[in-house]
Design a protein around this ligand. Structure first.
Ligand code: SF4
Length: 220
């Protein structure tokens, strides 16, 4: 069994509560969503195919890393490969996911330690509402070290804030508000960020405003 990997590289986690940890990033190809702000390069020209054993051999040479970050695209589209690959890894496993494929999480969840799950807001992504899928996903992921990341811009609605806060409350998880960026600049001003944070905090206390730090530092 082989799967196509866009790139493998070590860098510093730049988002959410694990900012600053060195990770080995494994970027999978392809995604099931099309978010309007997506900056992922989906060109597979420089990608490479790996067997689970070949990829695990690379992982296990990087013992200075805090964990491996499964990223993409959407890593869970490769759940059969992950099921063979993850048991071979000697580092903790951190999954970055759009949290819309609950059925694909089930076969691999036992191998995952930390889950960075997106809550996708239609006002920001341009996608349809995904609340039911997020709810199903979180229900499966809730026994892991789970937090949710919410990219937002000036279009965020009070109804979205209510629904996201309800999910946070139901699963007792940290909600990380992440302003949408354009290059190294947030697309919204400081006042709007503070206002949005306050609106969340009025509904749910475990909310943090954390920008994408790797963009300020000009690292990958
Ligand atoms: S889920 Fe992530 S990788 Fe997929 S389209 Fe949205 S931003 Fe891009």
């Amino acid at each position: 069994m082989k799967t196509r990997i866009k790139e493998v590289f070590s860098s510093i986690q730049g988002e959410g509560p694990y900012i600053g940890y060195k990770q080995l990033f494994i970027r999978f190809c392809g995604c099931n969503l099309k978010c309007s702000y997506c900056d992922t390069d989906f060109d597979t020209k420089l990608s490479q195919e790996y067997t689970p054993q070949e990829l695990a051999e690379i992982v296990n040479k990087n013992s200075d890393c805090h964990s491996i970050s499964l990223t993409g695209g959407e890593p869970l589209l490769n759940e059969s490969f992950l099921k063979a690959f993850l048991p071979l890894c000697k580092l903790p496993v951190y999954l970055e996911t759009n949290a819309t494929l609950p059925d694909k999480l089930i076969p691999v969840i036992e191998y995952i330690d930390i889950i960075s799950a997106d809550i996708k807001l239609p006002s920001c992504t341009g996608n349809n509402e995904l609340w039911d899928l997020h709810d199903k996903f979180f229900n499966i992921a809730k026994h892991k070290n789970l937090f949710a990341k919410i990219v937002f811009n000036k279009n965020i609605t009070d109804s979205e804030i209510n629904s996201a806060a309800e999910l946070g409350n139901k699963y007792n998880i940290v909600l990380v508000l992440q302003p949408q960026m354009s290059g190294i600049q947030p697309v919204i001003d400081k006042e709007f960020m503070e206002l949005t944070l306050d609106k969340f905090l009025a509904k749910y206390k475990n909310v943090r405003l954390v920008p994408q730090v790797h963009k300020f530092l000009d690292i990958r």
